[in-house]
Each structure stands twice: as structure tokens, then as C-alpha cells.
Design a protein around this ligand. Structure first.
Ligand code: AKG
Length: 281
């Protein structure tokens, strides 16, 4: 039986940082029994990918940049993490929401010597969601530093008002975008204009970010540090289902893997694909 409580509560100061800055680091909050449990699961997924699991680096390129989505639908450890971990309760406090729904999980692994960067992007460009209470937990399963691919955030960018284009992480596909969406600003070209938040993290630490916060990661340039991380996405009371033809959930590959998305535009989140995780039903 794994921990049902976090190592400590999220603090008011951390909640304020999330709302003001768009991202925050929570030091030593995730119980380590969950980290060990998820490391085993991730190594199994890497050995036998299913569903959306795929290597995203170009064929023949060095290293391994592996991505998967909605792994909780077929892997029991991921399912337990989604439904039985203490994270939904923490997100309820973050949002001060009556209920919390789960939007999805994403596994992103950069093995040593993997030059693939995660490009600057913000998540809302890809998602069929409208609302303010949309957050991701980024859970490192290994120590992560800038050179191994910890996440960097543009402080305050969740307040930007425009729609921005979605960019692909994979060297194997392209992403279509609405014509009126702006290109993602070239944050690296004008570093003096932006404040970057970037934390080295240890297993047990969590990163939290708002769906509108721009973020990126370097490749894993180290020779021996694995970078395994799981992102978990949550929504609160104010979020409704708002797909466009560009949402990733509208793409043929998603539809063929995940048939039971039965929400109508404007519906509150819920149903089989976006289950309520707090309070538990
Ligand atoms: O793990 C990464 O490299 C990127 C993660 C990310 O973009 C996210 O969690 O939204």
C-alpha cells in the first residue's frame, strides 16, 4: 500500500507563486514509494511500448526521446497514480475548486546523449479546453538539471493574451495550425526581455505549471543521467470541453486509439476519458 498523503502540504506561498508566475517548484512533496513504483512502470513501458508510445528522434539519431500519452488506460501503475495518489487533493487546493478532473498523462523520456530539445510551447495550443484552472504536474523520476532536460518556464507568460501555434516535439510529424495563431515568440533570441524560471530537481520534487505558461527543455546532453518524467494534467470547475480541428484529440491517430470521448463542445469536463479524480466518485 503506497502513501495516501503527500510528504507535506502545498503551501499558500507556493500556490501564490503558481498563480503569479505561472510555474512553481514544490520541493520534496511526492512520496518516494510512488516514485519507485512509477520507475518500474516506465521501464516496462520503454521495453514494450503500446498505444501512443513512440521514439520521437529521427531514425538513426543518437539517444532516445520517447513519448507516450494516456498510458494510464492500459498500465496499472499509471492508473493507480491517476486515481489513488495524493495529487488530485493537492490540485484541489491549488485551484480552490470544488472538483478536479483528470485530463491526461504524458510520459517523456530523454535517455543520456539525446540532443532533442523540447521546443518552447504552451500546452493550451494543443488541448480541447477552455478555462483558467488547467495545470500540469511534472514529476521527475530522476535527478534533472538544465543539461539533462529539466523544464524552463517563461515567468508570467500565462498572462499573454494571444493564441499561439502548436509546434511538434517529434522529428517524425508536422502540426497544422489555425491561420490566426501567432508563431511562438523566439524567447532564446532576446533573453534580456524574459525572466526564465528553471529549477534543478530531485525525485520527490514536483514542478507545477499553468497550461498557458511557455516552457521548453534542452536535450539530455549528459552521458549518464537518465531523464524520465511523467506529466499529469488536471482541470478545475471552470473548464469546459472546447475542441477545434487543431486539438490533438481531433487528430485521426487520437480518435482511433481513444474512441470514448463523448463530450460535446461546452460540456463541463467528465465522462470516461476525463474522469473526476477529486472528490473520488
Ligand atoms: O518533459 C518535457 O521535455 C516537456 C514537458 C512538457 O512540455 C509538459 O509537461 O507540458
Amino acid at each position: 500500500m503506497k502513501s495516501t498523503k503527500l510528504l507535506r502540504e502545498i503551501t499558500d506561498e507556493e500556490i501564490q507563486r503558481y498563480h503569479e508566475d505561472g510555474a512553481v517548484v514544490l520541493r520534496q512533496i511526492m512520496p518516494h514509494d510512488w516514485i519507485d513504483f512509477m520507475r518500474d512502470a516506465v521501464d516496462e513501458v520503454l521495453a514494450s511500448p503500446k498505444g501512443f508510445g513512440m521514439d520521437m528522434q529521427a531514425d538513426g539519431a543518437p539517444g532516445r526521446f520517447f513519448g507516450d500519452l494516456y498510458t494510464y488506460r492500459w498500465n496499472d501503475n499509471f492508473k493507480e497514480l491517476v486515481f489513488d495518489s495524493p495529487l488530485p487533493e493537492m490540485i484541489q487546493k491549488l485551484f480552490n475548486s470544488r472538483r478536479v478532473n483528470f485530463f491526461g498523462d504524458q510520459l517523456l523520456v530523454k535517455e543520456p546523449n539525446t540532443p532533442n530539445k523540447t521546443p518552447w510551447h504552451h500546452d493550451i495550443s494543443y488541448w480541447p479546453l477552455k478555462g483558467e484552472q488547467i495545470a500540469s504536474v511534472w514529476m521527475p523520476l530522476d535527478k534533472a538539471v538544465r543539461e539533462s532536460g529539466t523544464i524552463a518556464y517563461i515567468k508570467g507568460s500565462h498572462h499573454y493574451k494571444n493564441d499561439y501555434q502548436a509546434v511538434t516535439f517529434s522529428e517524425k510529424d508536422v502540426w497544422n495550425n489555425a491561420e490566426d495563431a501567432l508563431p511562438v515568440p523566439d524567447f532564446d533570441a532576446e533573453p534580456e526581455k524574459y525572466e526564465v524560471l528553471c529549477w534543478d530537481v530531485e525525485p520527490g520534487d514536483l514542478l507545477l505549471h499553468h497550461a498557458n505558461t511557455f516552457h521548453s527543455a534542452l536535450g539530455n546532453m549528459t552521458k549518464d543521467m537518465r531523464r524520465r518524467a511523467i506529466a499529469l494534467r488536471y482541470t478545475g470547475d471552470d473548464v469546459t470541453y472546447a475542441p477545434t480541428e487543431y486539438s490533438f484529440t481531433e487528430q485521426p491517430m487520437f480518435k482511433s486509439n481513444v474512441p470514448e470521448d463523448n463530450l460535446q463542445p461546452g460540456d463541463p469536463m467528465g465522462g470516461a476519458l476525463y474522469p473526476q479524480v477529486y472528490p473520488r466518485l
